[in-house]
Design a protein around this ligand. Structure first.
Ligand code: ARG
Length: 456
């Protein structure tokens, strides 16, 4: 491509370190689309003849069909997808192919291709997350009233419902989707026409190419357009946050699937066995979702560090922008699909969850609240009295709601039989009716709001 100035070809290692084709071939659809938009604009503006534009457009179709049928060859001599496409075009239509690169540089080309790719990745992620939310809603609806222990410090704290717990993840994913949507809105301006860095003297129409590629308009500064990758970092940041949410649910599945917890049985499809221990059903997919989140966070870090010291405009370091984005996108896609599958097919062992909620004195706060409400005792004192009741129950090895009235009265004479209305786990969750609380009626209302897609 630049033979005019060079007497010798590159060293083999130079060729290898320079080439991005092994990974940037994933941009081929975007590269062809960008070239088509550019060629059509060059023709419309009279920068190249209408015949040449038509020949180039037809040739690009041929190139795309070839890629579709045979894949993109790892030809290191052709360095990257942009040179590869141009070379294929020349094979298809001859020297007129050389007119395509008028008023264009690989710098604005790659910035455009990559924005298009990230935009598609965001759209795919959004659909996958919508499906995941649907799975969460379905299971939450089924378990709107299934009692489980709610934890703080991983100690039984207060009873909640499984539906409420699953809806917590629904909310996290809703925010993740909005972060991806923000990233999409900001990235949707077209760098094409910024050329190498300074713009071009040819009478191009940047609005036309931007519109043809589905952008809201052209980017406003050519230096910025070819040299920033903040759109990719935005995407990776949203991906990292989303992976982190998935990882927390994955961790809970690992914990819940363990024998001491026994809150969930993963389906056969989402478990693996052991080659030595026949009894094993391991939650490998959940563990890998947890593990992948670390790699996705690493991808974000990698690209931020690549970018942080680069002077304007383009530097070749920026070629390293693509592997972390591709890797994160692949890992996130797998992680979302795996969590969707696990959530959809898991058997929640509601008997075990309820048993754990009952065993952990999780209604102690309800007793304290009752002493405040019914016996008009200050909360701090009520807390103290309740502590005694818990100690008593622990000593006797019984649940709070199976302590006898005599026992309770011996702790505080103001307690009467009405207290049993609040000591059971069902009463406890049913009572938590504040907005956003765990009462089954509230959980069902939250699910209804989510299904209708309206703001609460
Ligand atoms: N393969 C390059 C990349 O991914 C394309 C841009 C190359 N531009 C240049 N001036 N060498 O960044």
């Amino acid at each position: 491509m630049w033979g005019g100035r060079f007497a010798e070809g590159p060293a083999a290692v130079m060729r290898e370190i320079n080439a991005s084709i092994p990974f940037d071939k994933r941009l081929w659809r975007q590269d062809v689309a960008g070239s088509k938009a550019h060629a059509a604009m060059l023709g419309a503006q009279g920068i190249i003849s209408p015949e040449d534009a038509a020949a180039i457009l037809a040739g690009l179709e041929t190139v795309a069909a070839g890629y579709e049928a045979n894949g993109v060859a790892d030809d290191l001599a052709l360095e990257d997808i942009h040179m590869q496409t141009e070379a294929r075009l020349a094979e298809a239509i001859g020297p007129v192919a050389g007119r395509l690169h008028t008023a264009r540089s690989r710098n604005d080309q790659v910035a455009t291709d990559f924005r298009l790719w990230v935009r598609d990745a965001i759209d795919e992620t959004d659909s996958a997350l919508a499906a995941f939310q649907e799975a969460l809603l379905t299971r939450a609806e089924e378990h709107a009233a299934s009692v489980m222990p709610g934890f703080t410090h991983l100690q039984s704290a207060q009873p909640v419902t499984l539906g409420h717990h699953l809806m917590a993840y629904y909310e996290m994913i809703a925010r993740d989707r909005s972060r991806f949507a923000d990233a999409r809105a900001r990235l949707n301006l077209c760098p094409l026409g910024s050329a190498a860095l300074a713009g071009t003297g040819f009478p191009i129409d940047r609005t036309m190419t931007a519109a043809a590629l589905g952008f809201d308009g052209p980017t406003r500064n050519s230096l910025d357009a070819v040299s920033d990758r903040d759109f990719a970092i935005d995407y990776l940041a949203a991906a990292a946050q989303c992976a982190l949410h998935l990882s927390r649910l994955a961790e809970e599945f690992v914990l819940w699937a363990s024998q001491p917890f026994g809150f969930v049985s993963l389906s056969d499809q989402w478990s693996t066995g052991s080659s030595i221990m026949p009894q094993k059903r391991n939650p490998d997919a959940a563990e890998l979702v947890r593990g992948h989140s670390g790699r996705i966070i690493g991808c974000l870090t990698a690209l931020m560090i690549t970018m942080k010291g680069l002077p304007l405009a383009y530097s070749k370091d920026m070629q390293d922008d693509k592997p972390p984005v591709f890797e994160a996108s692949d890992l996130l896609g797998l992680s979302i699909a795996a969590m969707t599958g696990m959530v959809s097919s898991a058997t929640f062992r509601t008997d075990r969850m309820r048993g754990a909620a009952e065993a952990g004195f999780a209604t102690a706060t309800d007793l304290a609240d009752w002493l405040v409400r019914v016996a008009n005792i200050p909360f701090r004192e009520a807390h103290h009295i309740t502590g005694h009741a818990v100690k008593r129950a622990e000593t006797l090895g019984v649940a709070l709601d199976t302590l006898s009235l005599d026992d309770l009265k011996s702790i505080d004479a103001r307690i009467d039989e009405r207290v049993y209305d609040v000591l059971g786990v069902d009463a406890s969750v049913a009572g938590r009716t504040s907005f956003g609380g765990t009462a089954p009626a509230r959980v069902r209302a939250a699910i209804a709001v989510a299904r209708e897609g309206r703001k609460p």
